[in-house]
Design a protein around this ligand. Structure first.
Ligand SMILES: [Zn+2]
Length: 146
């Protein structure tokens, strides 16, 4: 575990950290989803590419099938460009739905699948996500009442 001294005081630093965290969670969720749902598809893809990579072996290669890779890239871009990063916690509870309908459907599917499973695979991150999601929801409700 490394300490990189993240508690920066400047707001841009905090935002950047949030962006990174969101990317991390998103990446993990998509990976988990793909591994469990597209294992066969990915294997076929690898073989058809003539890749030397052994499926399911090692962490170095891109572990996603082409569809999930596209989804991941898309999600990363949305996070990168999100103008609301400062005020919200995660894209999943953002009011402004900047995801294209088709991609949003896919992301939702990924979250439905991976969300509950994150508890087992990445408990710390999952708990953090849940806590900040709840906090965010409460905050949004408060704002709406005003
Ligand atoms: Zn996939």
């Amino acid at each position: 575990m490394k300490r990189d001294g993240t508690p920066g005081k400047a707001p841009e630093r905090k935002t950047a950290g949030k962006r990174e965290k969101e990317k991390q969670v998103m990446e993990l969720m998509i990976r988990l989803y793909c591994r469990k749902n597209h294992g066969e598809r990915r294997k076929k893809e690898l073989y058809s590419l003539g890749s030397a990579e052994v499926p399911g072996h090692g962490q170095t290669g891109d572990e996603l099938c082409s569809e999930c890779r596209a989804l991941r890239d898309y999600a990363m871009l949305r996070i990168e460009k999100c103008p609301f990063m400062e005020t919200k916690t995660f894209c999943s509870n953002c009011r402004v739905h900047c995801y294209r309908a088709e991609m949003r459907e896919k992301i939702r599917e990924v979250m439905r699948f991976s969300g509950p499973r994150m508890i087992f695979y990445h408990p710390v991150m999952a708990v953090r996500h849940v806590v900040s999601s709840i906090r965010e929801k409460k905050r949004m409700e408060r704002e709406e009442r005003q």
